[in-house]
Design a protein around this ligand. Structure first.
Ligand code: HDE
Length: 821
């Protein structure tokens, strides 16, 4: 879309009173126009003659430049009054396309050059179709397009002779291979991405002019990358860690990256501490251990000296840090941002993504086991769901509030270790995001995508959050070394769908071929183009910054309220259900038990005493240590919080719709399985959208009791119980006997039980439940809602109960600490 320019001039016409040029003058002017240095500035009009392009170009260029006798915007560049009213740049419409051409030979087209650049277009931003490659029916070639006759042998001097240096085909292949790897991301190295779209439910123009929110039903393409933070690129998906939740909106007014996490707060308050935090959590530098884990000395040493991390530690030790799926976690923008409307009014905003499937997590032991059996667990889950047409969906929620409201809060909204409780500012749902296309190529898309906290569009702006300020710098900087130079924005996955026109040139791997000789602004030789967009169309920063003083002193200091390190940590802990609180305690215990220096453990417990004394006491007991004195507080009497509890902070607050779509169910089979009830289970599960898999001792065919044949699609060995959401043990005495003889079965069953998953045992298979010593009742004596034993004749009713129980996701009533023997 070409931008509109209100200040456009017409090219100057040739001076009227000019006496006719003599033939000698015309020849001289024509000759001069063929030189690239010096020459007559203004050839007479009749010198152009028919088809004399060089002379015509000189004439048109002169007219174009003369059309802008001065820069009319200069006076407006001064004075505070003009700061918010930047005009669009001045332009002159050229009399022809000749002055804008790099070369007059641009009409000579070929299969390589194509023709003249289409007017006002940057062709590098076309859809990804322009770079997709499909090799079906094609011969193998070198990178120069030369057919490769033999891809099996190097070029040798004789069949048994030496390989020749001349073999450019071998050398090109090996050289490219040698350079296939690029540096991984410093943090968030492990990740998975997908394409999709954002759809706006209602116009939000009252609050923002940002392109995606302009009208109901407006669709904006997105690319999303989920990640872990600490682990390397090849590390496991199910580590206890924060998850990155980065969304690139390809809006029609430029790219907007909402680079968030699955937790709404962060460890630190100032970007100055980020390298320290990351150095502390990454594998320790002397021996590079442990991989993808915070459970080690340096991390806990650092965070226990940084009490502002306490709130985030509560989140990180909660089950949020071990999600069941990327599709089942929330996302948050973390910082307070601003929305700005057409009138220039600004509002404060927090961004929330709410998964349609609800928020669900793994249990710790399950996460540990999955990391061994399937380190790609989350990557596989996302890929399979999208390829199966089960498109993951989130709703976007906004907490919109004013600076006047914010000033009254007991906490500082510039502090990234604080949330705005939903009781203070409700979350308003404004649209949905659907991920409906897997990438064609992991490297080209998911690896090369470059998110950047500085990528905002008109209508979105920053606040003075000092953590955000560091991020605005960091992301571009890191891409320059990771993606090999300043032109990473031209990589197809990063290019916006909005036009890109500026005077940046050159650099490593430049893709764009700019027409013309002008690469500066202001100019008259390109008619002033590309011209500055001005306040009406371009990005402007909101003038008022919270608490910014006109002539503030230069300081390195934090605002007072930043010193309240514990109030919201307590709020989070108090808002959890007892099960979640127990899991948080277990996680702290596990992590601290891996710390080798007692003083570090003590410091953590001493700090937690200020946030959740009962948690700290339990930890001291579990870690076999004396209860230390509480850590001195930076702020003895913080402001009274508005709320003591916020139910929305519990994972249980968002169970989803109770359905079981995409959940994986293991159906254990062996020869002699009762085919009729097996068939009913599988059909019912498929109808409910779940993914049943027949798991047997070996792949191949399993013969049912009535001679039915079933294909076994996974084995007890390659797909252990903890990889499934639920378990079905079908009827059939012979099958039960065979399964009973395989120790995998009992382990499978026990894992399902201890991880609180739903189990259905039909007919004779109750023997397996007994053999695995699965308790029939919960520790408190109540019936177990997730353990369904039924005669095969009652299969239908039992299957319904099984599906309903699966919809509850877990049956935590089974839990005991430690698990009962
Ligand atoms: Fe990042 N972060 N970050 N971060 N971050 C990166 O950029 C950084 C922070 C987040 O899938 C890096 O391209 C600083 C908060 C995500 O490609 C790097 C600070 C939040 C991703 C970087 C923070 C995030 C990154 C590494 C403190 C949640 C993955 C590679 C001032 C709101 C994006 C890269 C993807 C990645 C810097 C803190 C989210 C080095 C300096 C807070 C989701 O630029």
């Amino acid at each position: 879309m070409a931008k509109k320019n209100p200040t456009s001039f017409s090219p100057a016409s040739s001076p009227a009173a000019r006496s006719a040029a003599s033939p000698a003058e015309i020849d001289a002017a024509r000759a001069a126009a063929r030189n690239t240095d010096s020459g007559p500035a203004s050839p007479p009009p009749e010198a152009a003659g028919r088809g004399d392009a060089p002379t015509q170009k000189a004439i048109d260029t002169q007219a174009l430049a003369a059309g802008m006798p001065s820069n009319p915007n200069k006076p407006l560049e001064h004075g505070e009054a003009n700061a918010q009213a930047t005009p669009a740049g001045a332009t002159v419409t050229p009399p022809s396309r000749l002055p804008g051409a790099s070369t007059l030979s641009e009409h000579n087209d070929s299969d390589k050059t194509g023709t003249v650049a289409p007017e006002g277009v940057n062709a590098t931003i076309g859809t990804l179709d322009r770079v997709r490659v499909d090799s079906s029916g094609q011969v193998l070639t070198t990178n120069q397009g030369v057919g490769i006759a033999d891809n099996q042998n190097s070029l040798k001097a004789g069949a048994r002779g030496p390989v020749l240096l001349e073999d450019f085909i071998l050398r090109e292949k090996i050289t490219h291979f040698d350079h296939e790897r690029i540096p991984e991301r410093i943090v968030h190295a492990r990740g998975s991405g997908a394409h999709g779209f954002f759809e706006c439910y209602e116009p939000l123009t009252e609050f923002t002019k940002a392109a995606p929110f302009k009208e109901a039903g407006k669709v904006t393409p997105v690319f999303v990358r989920f990640s872990t933070v600490a682990g390397e690129r090849g590390s496991k998906d199910t580590a206890r860690d924060v998850r990155g939740f980065a969304v690139k909106f390809y809006t029609d007014e430029g790219n907007w990256d909402l680079v968030g996490n699955n937790m709404p707060v962060f460890f630190i308050q100032d970007a100055m501490k980020f390298p320290d935090l990351v150095h502390a959590v990454k594998p320790e530098p002397h021996h590079q251990m442990p991989q993808a884990a915070s459970a080690h000395d340096t991390f806990w040493d650092f965070v226990s000296l940084m009490p502002e991390s306490t709130h985030m530690l509560m989140w990180q030790m909660s089950d949020r840090a071990i999600p069941r799926s990327y599709r089942m976690m929330q996302g948050f923008g973390v910082h307070t941002f601003r929305l700005v409307n057409e009138e220039g009014e600004a509002f404060l905003v927090k961004f929330h993504w709410q998964p349609k499937l609800g928020t669900h997590s793994l249990v710790w032991e399950e996460a540990v086991k999955i990391s061994g059996a399937d380190p790609d667990f989350h990557r596989r889950d996302l890929w399979e769901a999208i390829d199966a047409g089960e498109y993951p969906e989130w709703e976007l929620g906004l907490q919109i509030f004013t600076e006047e409201q914010a000033e009254k809060f007991s906490f500082d909204i510039l502090d990234a270790t604080k949330i705005v409780p939903e009781e203070l500012v409700p979350v308003r749902i404004v649209g949905r995001m659907v991920l409906n296309r897997n990438p064609d190529n992991f490297f080209a898309e998911t690896e090369q995508v470059a998110f950047c906290a500085a990528h905002v569009v008109p209508g979105i702006d920053f606040t003075n959050d000092p953590l955000l300020a560091g991020r605005i710098h960091s992301y571009v900087d890191t891409q320059i070394s990771r993606l090999g130079g300043p032109n990473f924005h031209e990589l197809p996955i990063n290019a916006p769908i909005a036009q890109v026109h500026n005077n940046q040139r050159d650099g490593m791997h430049r893709q764009a071929i700019h027409r013309g000789r002008v690469a500066y602004e202001p100019n008259s030789l390109a008619g002033g183009c590309p011209f500055q967009a001005g306040a009406a169309q371009g990005f402007t920063s909101i003038a008022r910054r919270l608490d910014a003083k006109e002539s503030a002193d230069k300081v390195r200091i934090k605002p007072e309220k930043f010193a309240d390190h514990y109030t919201q940590a307590r709020l989070f802990f108090e808002s959890q259900t007892p099960v979640e609180q127990a899991h948080i305690g277990n996680a702290f215990r596990f992590e601290l038990s891996k710390v080798t220096v007692p003083a570090v453990r003590e410091r953590v417990v001493a700090s937690l005493l200020n946030a959740a004394p009962e948690l700290a006491q339990r930890l001291a007991q579990d870690l076999g240590m004396e209860l230390p004195a509480p850590l001195p507080k930076a702020l003895e009497t913080p402001a009274t919080p508005e709320v003591d509890q916020s139910p929305a902070l519990s994972l249980m607050a968002r169970p989803g719709d109770g359905g079981i779509r995409t959940r994986k169910v293991a159906v254990l089979v062996a020869n002699g399985v009762e085919g009729a009830s097996l068939g009913k289970v599988v059909s019912a599960l498929v109808a409910a959208g779940a993914v049943p898999r027949l798991v047997g001792a070996r792949l191949g065919t399993c013969i049912g009791a009535a001679g039915e044949r079933f294909a076994v699609d996974a084995t007890l060995e390659n797909s252990p119980g903890f990889l499934f959401d639920a378990l079905v043990l079908p009827d059939g005495a012979a099958a039960v006997e065979a399964l009973d003889a395989d120790a995998h079965t009992l382990e499978f069953l026990r894992d399902q039980y201890w991880h609180c998953k739903t189990i259905l045992a039909l007919g004779a298979s109750d023997a397996l439940v007994a053999q695995a010593q699965i308790p029939m009742t919960l520790p408190d004596g109540a019936g177990d809602p997730g353990l369904i034993l039924a005669d095969a004749v009652d299969a239908e009713e039992a299957i319904d109960a099984f599906i309903a129980a699966m919809g509850q996701h877990r049956h935590f009533g089974r839990e005991n600490d430690p698990p009962a023997a």
